[in-house]
Design a protein around this ligand. Structure first.
Ligand code: SF4
Length: 610
């Protein structure tokens, strides 16, 4: 305050004295009552519909002003009108309008401008990678979400194809390539200009790592699918590219020279099963330290000399995969340790949680058939069109006249999804409960509330969506006295077998289902159950949701869909080996982000909030 005293120049008309920086009459609010105008720091303003941010000019805005951005209006010719309201206490609302001309901002152009010259090549020199370095660039939340969902779709396809076809068969490869191309991941070993695809591959892998490191089950599933995807892509590499890749990931296995190969030809031929003389000549052989080729050594499939294994190109994939698996599982364990930090980020946490439940199809919250189901039909429908989880819940309800909370939630929301109105649901549950130990009064006071809650009529008024298979399989496992959950996941195999027998599933079918269950392919086991109970060879969809099961069953039974059915055959001949059995479409019925309701829809709203 000891500066030179002069006249206040902050507010026009103020006669107060001021030091170098402050008006002495009223430092914060001079006598004239007008707020002191001074520069304020830049404030990012989220743009409607995305995570981009615009920065308003900082100078000249009163400190206490609020900026409210209106949704941009589309004008003819592609330009936009953007309105900003400036709210300053004590002053009129000031409205600014900007006309933004349509700009040719294709992502490609921006990227090209940003990544001119060699930098593109430096970032992703190879179409395949071990994902050793996490991405460091900034990306929008919308892109984050899209990348994650696309990779999830791809991994789901990998899982389905792996069970439906022999891995590495032509059918398997062509279907997988089609899907990879459709989702815009790198599909050819060395397409020069696939920077976008490689970037997407890199970033999406790391996002799913965050979502899938959270439990042992999730980690195992993620590693399995990533390994299968990697195997397919590695096998697509030609000899040159294999070497380039090995160098890139610091696996220093050099291919042996022609001379060495000729010298060792006899030993290579005799110690490597499945090779002919011509093949030995044609294939590259890699010199690998013995400790890294123990799997091949254990099954006597490799030639050893001086603590080195001479591995043919066709087997090198096993060694690379081993290496990749070790790295990936270590990385997942490390990621799990840093999860608390990631989960504290309120933007990412809901998205990651939804991803780990991995349902990306329609949510069945919109009841297309509302009111079309009558209560008298539920018993018959439960036999014909309910998936096993819901059939089990329905039976338990009829037998015990009661279901515990987990069962009421799972079954109640399913019934809502197939079209039961709130009134029907109240009547249905009440009529069953009062046959047991609950009287009508107790039902009205205790249970009716939670049914209305499910329909969004109580509490937070959230219109709850029916549970997807992954949600049922991965969360809230049933305990003693519970009937919810997925029988393929949560039942003891012996009990499951008995249940399937009681439902007249043929013995070969039961064996196939149990095989799938053993391999932890629960949804595929359920698809098999659908196939057997509907007597079709090709179910024509990939199951992700109990309500999808119901809808597809109804469509099929009402003749609304043509399903290929072979002429009736003896029971046994209908069952094929699981690796060959299904010709079902392998693309998951996933809606695009913009067209269907998804479980992530709430997040969309969250991301686009003003
Ligand atoms: Fe139900 Fe899905 Fe399990 Fe089938 S796979 S029983 S639909 S949870």
């Amino acid at each position: 305050m000891g500066g030179r005293v002069g006249r206040c120049r902050l507010v026009r008309g103020c006669q107060g004295a001021m030091t170098q920086h402050r008006c002495l009459r009223s430092p914060a609010m001079p006598e004239c009552g007008r707020p002191v105008s001074r520069p304020v720091p830049s404030r990012p303003v989220p743009l409607v519909g995305g995570a981009r941010a615009a920065t308003l000019p900082s100078r000249g805005l009163p400190v206490s002003s609020e900026v409210v951005m209106r949704k941009p209006q589309q004008l003819a010719g592609g330009s936009q009108r953007v309105c900003l309201n400036l709210l300053t206490p004590g002053l009129k609302v000031t409205r600014f309008q900007f006309h933004l001309k349509k700009m040719e901002f294709s992502r490609e152009k921006r990227l090209k401008a940003r990544l001119a010259g060699d930098r593109r090549g430096d970032l992703y020199p190879h179409s395949l990678q071990f994902y050793l370095q996490p991405p460091t660039e900034n990306i929008s939340l919308a892109e984050f979400e899209n990348f994650a969902i696309d990779r999830l779709k791809l991994l789901k396809v990998v899982e389905n194809l792996g069970v439906s076809y022999v891995k590495g068969s032509d059918e398997y490869k062509s279907r997988l390539e089609r899907e990879i191309r459709k989702l815009k991941f790198p599909f050819k070993a060395l397409v020069e200009d696939d920077y976008d695809a490689r970037r997407k591959d890199h970033i999406s892998h790391f996002i799913l790592r965050l979502a899938y490191c959270q439990s042992e089950d999730l980690r195992r599933w993620f590693i399995q699918q990533e390994m299968d995807l990697f195997r397919y892509r590695f096998n697509e590499l030609t000899g040159d590219l294999v070497e380039k890749f090995l160098k890139y990931v610091n696996l220093s296995y050099g291919a042996i020279s022609k001379e060495v190969k000729e010298k060792l030809a006899v030993q290579l031929l005799s110690s490597t099963p499945g090779l002919s003389g011509a093949k030995v000549e044609e294939l590259e052989f890699y010199k690998v330290p013995l400790q890294e080729a123990m799997d091949l050594f254990r099954v006597r499939r490799v030639y050893l000399l001086n603590a080195f294994a001479y591995v043919p190109q066709t087997d090198i994939v096993a060694i690379v995969l081993n290496n990749y698996r070790t790295k990936l599982s270590k990385a997942l364990a490390l990621t799990a340790r840093s999860l608390p930090a990631v989960q504290s980020d309120e933007r990412l946490q809901p998205l990651l949680n939804h991803l780990s439940h991995s349902y990306v199809g329609p949510d069945y919250s919109i009841q297309k058939n509302i009111g079309k189901i009558s209560l008298e039909h539920i018993d018959a429908l439960s036999v014909k069109s309910f998936p096993l989880c819901m059939r089990q819940l329905h039976k338990a309800l009829r037998d015990n006249h009661h279901l515990r909370h987990g069962g009421r939630m799972q079954y109640g929301l399913f019934l809502k999804g197939i079209g039961l109105t709130l009134e029907q649901a109240l009547q249905f549950w009440k009529s069953e409960f009062i046959k047991g130990k609950v009287d009508a009064d107790k039902f009205d006071k205790g249970y009716a509330y939670s049914i209305r809650h499910n329909y969004g009529k109580e509490g937070k008024r959230t219109d709850y969506t029916p549970f997807s298979c992954m949600k049922i399989i991965l969360s809230n496992p049933p305990s003693q006295g519970d009937y919810h959950g997925c029988p393929f996941r949560h039942s003891d195999p012996e009990l499951l077998k008995q249940k399937l027998q009681s439902y007249k599933i043929p013995p070969t079918g039961i064996t196939q289902i149990l095989e799938l269950v053993k391999g932890m392919h629960y949804q595929l086991a359920c698809q098999k159950y659908f196939q057997l109970t509907h007597d079709v060879d090709d179910i024509g969809f990939s199951l992700n949701h109990p309500n999808q099961y119901f809808a597809e069953s109804q469509k099929l039974l009402s003749g609304g869909r043509e399903v290929k059915k072979e002429p009736s055959e003896p029971e046994n001949s209908q069952q094929k080996p699981s690796s060959q059995k299904s010709t079902s479409s392998c693309s998951i019925p996933i809606s695009s982000n913009t067209e269907a309701d998804t479980e992530l829809e709430g997040l969309d709203a969250y991301f686009t909030e003003d």
